[in-house]
Design a protein around this ligand. Structure first.
Ligand code: UGA
Length: 437
């Protein structure tokens, strides 16, 4: 108890009221304490200096800080040969061409848009992190395809601001086609942070780079039909409410639209969001139903077809890739210039949102019947209740705004589009990927 008391006595009750004990033993102990404190203090300073030195020293190939991705590998960029490739890929080769940075260029839509731009003489530079959300070898095959048409894909992440500012330093892009994203509605249950990382943090990082670029590019980017969420008014019009998302994926795309608005408002960036409706076609995404249904039907594996309550139909406004590409190019061609310079807005800038759909929803069971006919194999069907995983019952686009302002006019029905997809699928997977292209 006494010991306890003396210990308590040594604690200052208030600043400047520390009671000194004059005994030599305590005096020595205090001296020892003060040298220990000095040692701790200088060690701390020393460690802090080492820490600052390592964190401030520039690294030629910085690795992105990326906790949410499973496999990103390391990226190699920089150097004169790399810059030469970047410049050459982005060089405009036609009379009134544009120079476009395409993010997510090794993705499904990115590959098709890049090819179409290059074909008409625009300058195109790709950017992709080649993550393993789905089979990266398909992304590598798309990269090889783009390489043959003269499009170089820089390997890197949109969250890497050093890389982004380097790209804008090397090339004065007139436009950015931003397609890099964490896609897929159901995967958000498994890896939510990946959606925040790519669709929110990545978008902000890209917009920051665009805002600081000189000249500022105009940006066209991929939003999603999923922003309509639980909206039941059909067909979905851009004026309808989008504040009831049914999945985290949808919520991040909706957040993206709001973030885009702030960058338009504060910095004068020209911004156009395209709400894609279930895009399908050759070189598509293996995580999408039409793709894995094809694979499973061919393997004789049972497929699950979702249905709503009381045997209600689940349907999608499936949109063929070539129609989407036309919509993307029209959006780029009608985009007005951003108005800011040096990170400052000089006047109001264009802000647009368009639906890019097909306007003819098809029940998922009909999609399966078309695939059965094309593959000449009967599917092993299992009808199950629509799981509570973020899927909505139906989507249906009103495209009159895009029709009026972009001249957008989809022309491929599901039967025709799936025929092209199946032809590509069989050639790609049977010819061990060599026959592709
Ligand atoms: O329109 C969009 O914006 C979205 O379109 C697709 O999302 P989704 O329409 O859900 O496409 P799929 O995953 O291919 O599903 C198509 C349909 O098949 C149904 N489905 C899916 C999986 C399954 O096992 N069974 C099944 O019946 C789904 O409920 C849905 O109605 C894409 O995956 C999203 O990235 C995109 O943003």
């Amino acid at each position: 108890m006494l010991k306890h008391m003396s210990y308590l006595d040594n604690i200052p009750s208030a600043p400047g009221k520390f009671k000194m004990d004059k005994s030599p033993y305590v005096h020595n102990k205090l001296r020892w304490h003060s040298s220990l404190m000095k040692l701790t203090f200088w060690s701390f300073i020393f460690l802090a200096l080492i820490f600052i030195f390592f964190y401030r020293s520039p690294s030629p190939n910085p690795l992105p800080q990326d906790p949410s991705r499973r496999s990103l590998g390391t990226y190699n960029w920089g150097g004169p040969a790399w810059e030469k490739r970047v410049r050459s890929s982005a060089r405009i080769r036609s009379h009134d061409g544009i120079s476009v940075l395409v993010t997510g260029a090794a993705g499904f839509v990115g590959t098709h848009v890049s090819t179409a731009l290059k074909r008409r003489g625009d300058g195109v530079l790709g950017l992709d992190n080649f993550n393993d959300y789905y089979d990266p070898s398909l992304k590598r095959a798309r990269q090889a395809l783009l390489d043959r048409s003269g499009v170089f894909i820089v390997e890197g992440d949109i969250n890497d601001s050093t890389l982004l500012s380097k790209l804008f330093e090397v090339v004065a892009f007139t436009h950015v086609m931003h397609l890099a994203a964490q896609a897929g509605v159901r995967y958000a249950l498994e890896n939510p942070s990946s959606y925040v990382h790519s669709n929110i943090a990545g978008l902000v990082s890209l917009l920051e780079a665009c805002k600081s670029a000189n000249p500022q590019p105009a940006i066209v980017w991929a939003s999603s039909s999923s922003v309509y969420g639980l909206n039941s008014k059909v067909p979905f019009s851009e004026k309808d409410r989008t504040d009831q998302p049914a999945s985290l994926y949808a919520a991040t795309k909706k957040a993206g639209e709001e973030i885009a608005h702030t960058y338009n408002h504060i910095y004068g960036l020209s911004l156009t969001a395209l709400r894609f409706f279930t895009v399908y076609g050759p070189w598509g995404r293996p995580d999408m139903a039409y793709f894995f249904f094809t694979r499973d039907i061919l393997k004789g594996k049972t497929i699950s077809i979702f249905e709503a309550a009381n045997h209600g139909t689940v349907a999608r406004d499936f949109t063929y890739i070539d129609d989407i590409v036309k919509g993307c190019l029209a959006a780029l061609d009608t985009a007005e210039k951003s108005t800011g310079t040096g990170g400052k807005k000089k006047g109001p800038a264009q802000f647009r949102i368009y639906n890019l759909g097909n306007t003819s929803p098809v029940p998922v069971s009909d999609l399966v019947s078309i695939l059965e006919r094309l593959l000449k194999v009967n599917a092993k069907r299992k009808v199950i209740k629509l799981p509570q995983n973020g899927d909505v019952r139906f989507t249906h686009a009103n495209i009159s705004l895009a029709q009026r302002e972009l001249g957008y006019k989809p022309s491929t029905d599901l039967q025709t589009g799936l025929k092209k997809f199946v032809r590509w699928y069989l050639s790609y997977y049977s010819g061990e990927k060599k026959a592709a292209g």
